[in-house]
Write a protein that binds this ligand. Structure first.
Ligand code: F6R
Length: 616
């Protein structure tokens, strides 16, 4: 028996899109793909039916690269794909769609077929040969082998044999239909009088109002012009609830900004106002439609925050809010590790899953595991209709508006606002801080938009500093307490978009090892705005200086003593410790952006990354 290892295989995380309707099919598909590029942009492809034959075009590269070589004018209907490779090189052969040997079927897929190796061997023993090393090609060959005239029935029979978390779309040259199947990866269907669209994300349904439905695990969908049928395993047809998407969506635009990242950095004061809107009143914090009762919140005695990347780091700051304001201990864990935890502090632990997209596979897996183990779950998401928003016991929306740049900025500060509000709410429920104090703290959050704007207004100064520091290839970022996760987040921004080696540390930790790396070519960026640790931080700055490393301090205006130590200082407005991450991270974001710009990096779509990471 072959090993069920994914070694050497093109497991994909990506965007899938299918279109049947009145618009030009090729144009509708490429527009849809452009909006799905946040899920991956290594390669792209399209396959459709024309004159009873499958037409296929694919390219390694972005959707724009595919468009440049697209000679297809007319297709009856089509499926299209944008890929983020996890295993297997990025090349045209591994790009989707994949065809069966008779070139009668084309298939695109998102996720992992875990038992692909066994299935592939079985097909090879039956004499089927494969062009690529992808698990996707195994899928299309299997469906071809099972096909007896009914495509959906073949999908149903094959789906029973598949293991993993995935979704796929398949077409056949003789049928005017697209068949889809989902098992844990998102697949939504939008229908109106003129068209039917299938997509990994309903935010790609542009132009008109759609009735939208989401496939549940193990469901098969068959769409034809004007009709949508959903089947449970065994081809049992079922009624499906549909939602109406009220608004007509518009494609996101950069406006007058050169990059989405910069636009989103500048949107933060407004995004924070929206996150606060309607949630602070004379009685304290109020959450509409939270779904979790006050009793069940009050009953929680540990908060377990999980998230990935930036969202994990927001959870770290949130843990400090919870401790400081609600006397609630927290465990902040990286989502991909959280699901392996077997021992908990308390059976009354509540998980708070934090995710901009609400679709990150690692975070979703942690949430599902916690639910399955009987813990209460709350999701903090930006994207409505996302899997986490649907599956958690309670949900709070960031209301930050679409975040397009791969590098997360406004989602982070909106997550912090929600975590601050949530901590104040928990404080009131647990009777920790007095009513007056909660109201005052709530009011202080309303100063944050102005505080962030003050930093945004210092962009020229930040750009000048970035120009000076852009020549270095290694950086340490350091801070204490609230400034520790802030330093981690600022380092993440820089490494992600500038491709320089930037690592964050608690400032007290440098002397336990990392300081050995410092010399005059290894700058340190110090986040100094935590008042409670002021003296200790000053000592840490001196330790860095004594090693000859260039030192840039991001410091509150009151901290004049920094002038004698740091080579460069970026002053930010004074604030209390819990609020200091906000102005500090805006400075860190702009610094990273300006360095990436100075180094000529692509910024909104850094290499090797994707906005929504839907594989574990
Ligand atoms: C960093 C970044 C990533 C995401 C992470 C989680 O700038 O964007 O680290 O924060 O992939 O994504 P969400 O929040 O969608 O779960």
């Amino acid at each position: 028996m072959p090993q069920e290892s994914l070694e050497g295989v093109d497991v994909t995380m990506c965007g899938i899109f299918g279109y049947i309707g009145k618009r030009n099919v090729v144009k509708a598909c490429t527009e849809g793909l452009s909006l799905l590029e946040y899920r991956g942009y290594d390669s792209a492809g399209i396959a459709g039916v024309v004159e009873g034959k499958i037409a296929l075009r694919k390219r390694a590269g972005k959707v724009a690269d595919l468009c440049e070589v697209l000679d297809l004018v007319h297709l009856d209907f089509a499926i299209a794909h944008t890929r983020w490779a996890t295993h297997g090189v990025v090349n045209e052969c591994n790009a989707h769609p994949h065809l069966d040997s008779s070139e009668s079927f084309a298939l695109i897929h998102n996720g992992i077929i875990e038992n692909y190796a066994t299935l592939k061997q079985e097909m090879q023993e039956r004499g089927v040969s494969f062009l690529s090393e992808t698990d996707t090609e195994v899928l299309v060959q299997l469906i071809a082998a099972e096909y007896c005239g009914d495509l959906a029935a073949a999908v149903d029979r094959v789906a029973k044999r598949l293991k993993g978390v995935f979704s796929f779309l398949v077409i056949h040259k003789d049928h005017q239909e697209i068949v889809g199947f989902a098992n844990g990866c998102p697949l939504s269907v939008g229908v109106n009088e003129d068209e039917v669209i299938l997509s990994s994300d309903p935010n790609t349904f542009l132009g008109q109002s759609f009735r939208v439905l989401f496939l549940d695990p193990q469901e098969t969908v068959r769409v034809r012009r004007g009709s949508v049928e959903i089947f449970d395993p065994g081809m049992k047809q079922k009624e499906k609830r549909t939602l109406v998407m009220e608004s007509i969506l518009k494609p996101p635009s950069k406006g007058s900004f050169p990059h989405f990242m910069l636009k989103e950095i500048y949107e933060q004061p407004e995004a924070c106002k929206r996150a606060l809107e309607g949630r602070l009143g004379s009685n304290g914090v109020f959450f509409q439609n939270l779904l979790l009762s006050e009793e069940s919140l009050r009953d929680s005695d540990v908060v377990w925050t999980v998230g990935s990347g930036t969202s994990f780091l927001a959870g770290m700051v949130g843990g400090l809010f919870l401790e400081e304001w609600a006397s609630l201990p927290s465990l902040c864990e990286i989502a991909s590790e959280a699901q392996y935890r077997t021992t908990f502090f308390s059976s009354k632990t509540m998980m708070v899953a934090i995710s901009q997209s609400g679709e990150t596979a690692d975070t979703l897996a942690a949430l599902r595991k916690a639910k399955c183990d009987g813990y209460k779950t709350l999701a903090l998401c930006n994207t409505e209709h996302s899997a986490m928003a649907r599956e958690a016991d309670g949900v709070l929306f960031l209301k930050a508006g679409p975040e397009v740049s791969v590098c997360s900025t406004k989602a982070f500060t909106s997550q912090l606002i929600l975590l601050a509000l949530f901590s104040l709410h928990m404080s009131a429920l647990r009777k920790r801080l007095g009513e007056e104090e909660i109201l005052l703290l709530g009011k202080s959050l309303e100063q944050l938009p102005q505080m962030m704007q003050t930093v945004l207004d210092r962009v020229d100064q930040i750009a000048a500093l970035a120009k000076k520091y852009a020549r270095y290839d290694d950086f340490f970022f350091m801070g204490r307490r609230y400034m520790y996760p802030t330093a981690l987040e600022a380092a993440l921004k820089l490494k992600e978009i500038s491709y320089v080696n930037a690592n964050g540390y608690p400032a007290g930790e440098l002397k336990h090892g990392p300081i050995a790396l410092l010399d005059r070519n290894f700058p340190v960026i110090a986040f100094c705005a935590n008042e409670k640790t002021r003296e200790k931080m000053i000592s840490n700055l001196m330790e860095v200086k004594a090693r000859g490393a260039p030192l840039l301090a991001i410091a509150p205006e009151r901290m004049k003593e920094v002038e004698k130590i740091a080579d460069d200082i970026l002053w930010i407005p004074d604030s209390s410790d819990p609020l200091a991450p906000f102005p500090s991270i805006v400075a860190g974001q702009l610094f990273a952006y300006e360095i990436a710009k100075a180094r000529g990096c692509p910024i909104d779509q850094p290499r090797n990354l994707a906005k929504s990471v839907t594989v574990e």
